[in-house]
Every structure is written in C-alpha cells, then in structure tokens.
Design a protein around this ligand. Structure first.
Ligand SMILES: C[S@@+](CC[C@H](N)C(=O)[O-])C[C@H]1O[C@@H](n2cnc3c(N)ncnc32)[C@H](O)[C@@H]1O
Length: 278
C-alpha cells in the first residue's frame, strides 16, 4: 500500500479585472464562433492586452481565432499568482502544476538548493523562487526556446542551462540538491493524438510525449536523482494518476522513499521520492 494523501484545492480562474473595459461589439462573438468556451473572459483579457489600440486587438483576436493557445496570444500565463512569460513554441504551464509547487513548498522551508528539471517556461522554478527568495535555484531544459523563456521568467536570481536532464547542471550540485522538481513529459505516445488541438499544434512534441507508457523521461529523472539529492532531499514529479504505482515503484527501486499526493479538483498527481538521510 502506497503512503498517500488526497486533497482538494479551490480552482482559481484566471483573474479578470472587475474594472476591465467592455469588449467592443463583435469580439466575444468572434471568439465564440472560433470555439472559445470562455469567450467573455478571453475577450476581456485580449482587450486589456491591446490597450486602446483597435488594430492590435484585431491582431490578437485573429491569432486566437486561428487556434493559438490564449497564453501564446497574450504572451503570458497566470501561474501560482505570477504572470509567467510564455513564448510561441513553449509549453504553456498548466494550473494543475501549481499542486506540484505547493507540495514542493511544503518540503522546502529550509531548502538551500532547488533544481527545476524539464523547466519549460520556468514557471515552477519562478513560483518557488518567488516564495523562497533566498534559495539557489537552477533550471534546465532541452529546448532552446524554453531556456530563453525560463531565463526571462527567472531573471538574474536563477541559473538556466540547456541540455538533456542533469547533463548541463554544474557538477558541484551533486549530492547537494534539497528539492528537485521535474514536470517532465508523461503522456503515453498513443494518447498524444487525443490531446486538444491547441497542445498538439502549438506545443513541442518533446514537451508532451513520454514514450510508450509515458514514463520514459521520468524513469531517467528518477534513476539519476539519488546522485544529485542531498541526504534527506526530495524529488517531486507530476504524473498521471494511473501512473502513480509504477512511478512509486521506480522511486523505491532507486532507494527513494515514495509518497503520493493527489488533488482531486485539479486532477493533479504528485509523487515525492525522499532520499534517506542515513
Ligand atoms: C510538460 S513540459 C513542462 C514544462 C514546465 N516544467 C512546466 O510545468 O510548465 C516538459 C518539458 O520537458 C522538456 N524536456 C523533455 N525532454 C527533456 C530532456 N530529456 N531533458 C531536458 N528537458 C526535457 C521539454 O522541452 C518541456 O519543456
């Protein structure tokens, strides 16, 4: 039986300013016709982004009508109370991943070194850094566009590297990482065609496809984690709920003590693997 906690979290909508200007006539209709379920909310965000420039607003709405994710059109995503820069071709941070941040923060009050692997836009690292401004934060991703975006989001307080998993990290971090977070791709290859068109068309396959059972990248993350974690340090990964037993078993096989946390409201599953102190 896996040690497990289940929790709920109030869903937080993307805040729309109550002082938002009313959308010019037709904008909501255009977005609705393009299939946007939350057309009113999206219109308010696009109007706010365009300011008083009708041509800019038309450009934004046209890009959204063409199927770009809202966050790529706006250039930012709401994540854990932050506005995170999200550029075209970079994975849009999902609200459910705030649960990974919350789990990490619960472990992190005394953390000195934090690593965000597979960092994408750097959203997770940025959220951790905002809450723990004194930590030494390192982030890494394979994708050059993601690395540029993460550098924009982390600023001078974070160090961002490009490369395969742990390969670009400074060797001096071995055995010193207190909190290692990795929201790696975990969608099984056969399920990728079932993802929303916005994700399939505008996010890189390397950000989504986790191989035949979805765990190809995560197995590699777990296998090398004990070399990088400090004694008592923890690896935290997001997975699909049905993957939790396999991920926990993989953690245990590599000497990490697994724990499962589930957030029903956000349909989020986080596995924590702690390196024993002894
Ligand atoms: C699901 S996205 C998550 C991004 C970010 N952590 C977040 O939560 O928004 C997965 C990220 O893993 C990166 N990635 C995939 N394989 C990788 C590898 N072997 N080494 C480093 N990064 C990798 C992708 O480029 C992508 O940015």
């Amino acid at each position: 039986m896996l040690p497990s906690v289940s929790t709920t979290h109030p869903t937080t909508p993307v805040p729309v300013s109550s002082a938002a200007a009313p959308s010019p006539p037709g904008i909501v209709d255009r977005l609705r016709a393009a299939g946007c379920v939350f057309a009113e909310d999206e219109a308010a965000l696009l109007v706010a982004e365009a300011g008083d420039d009708p041509a800019a607003l038309d450009t934004l709405v046209t890009r959204r009508e063409a199927g770009l994710p809202l966050e790529h059109v706006l250039g930012w995503a709401e994540f854990h109370g932050l506005r995170v820069v999200v550029r075209p071709g970079v994975f849009v941070p999902r609200r459910r991943t705030e649960f990974l941040v919350r789990q990490a923060l619960a472990l992190a009050p005394r953390a000195a070194v934090v690593v965000d692997l597979c960092c994408g836009s750097g959203a997770v690292g940025a959220a951790l850094l905002a809450a723990l401004p004194d930590v030494e934060l390192h982030a890494a991703d394979l994708d050059a566009r993601a690395v540029r975006c993460a550098r924009a989001n982390l600023g001078p307080a974070g160090r961002v590297y490009r490369g395969d998993l742990y390969q670009p990290l400074p060797a001096r971090l071995r055995g010193r990482v207190d909190v290692l977070v990795a929201n790696a791709p975990y969608v099984p290859s056969a399920a990728v065609p079932l993802l929303p068109a916005e994700a399939r068309s505008h996010e890189p396959l390397t950000a989504l496809d986790g191989g035949s059972d979805g765990l190809a990248v995560l197995r590699r993350v777990i296998a090398d984690a004990p070399d990088w974690l400090a004694p008592g340090g923890s690896l935290l990964v997001e997975t699909g709920r049905r993957q939790r037993a396999e991920v926990a078993a993989t953690m245990a096989a590599h000497g990490l003590t697994p724990r499962v946390a589930i957030c029903d409201d956000w349909e989020a599953t986080v596995l924590t693997g702690r390196r024993p102190t002894g």
